[in-house]
Design a protein around this ligand. Sequence first.
Ligand SMILES: [Zn+2]
Length: 83
Amino acid sequence: MTQRPSKRSLSKEAQKLRLRPGWNPHERLPTVREDQLRQSIEDQRVAATFDDADQCEACAKAREEQDDLEALCSEHLRKAMGL
Ligand SMILES: [Zn+2]
């Protein structure tokens, strides 16, 4: 069984993504407001993805197979991660 990130760990994953080159704070210094805006866009994207996932057959199957109510199919997992 492959381990997929849960809804709760997704924001941690997103934080890791921000540490990639390109998100380097030394290259680009976002203001607090920009940062909050990005976080809220991200929260909305994750919430919208989970709303979509509730209607998705592949997600329903993943949830059943993994016995995890927050499991996502690979497509929705990528969407939730913003990839
Ligand atoms: Zn899905």
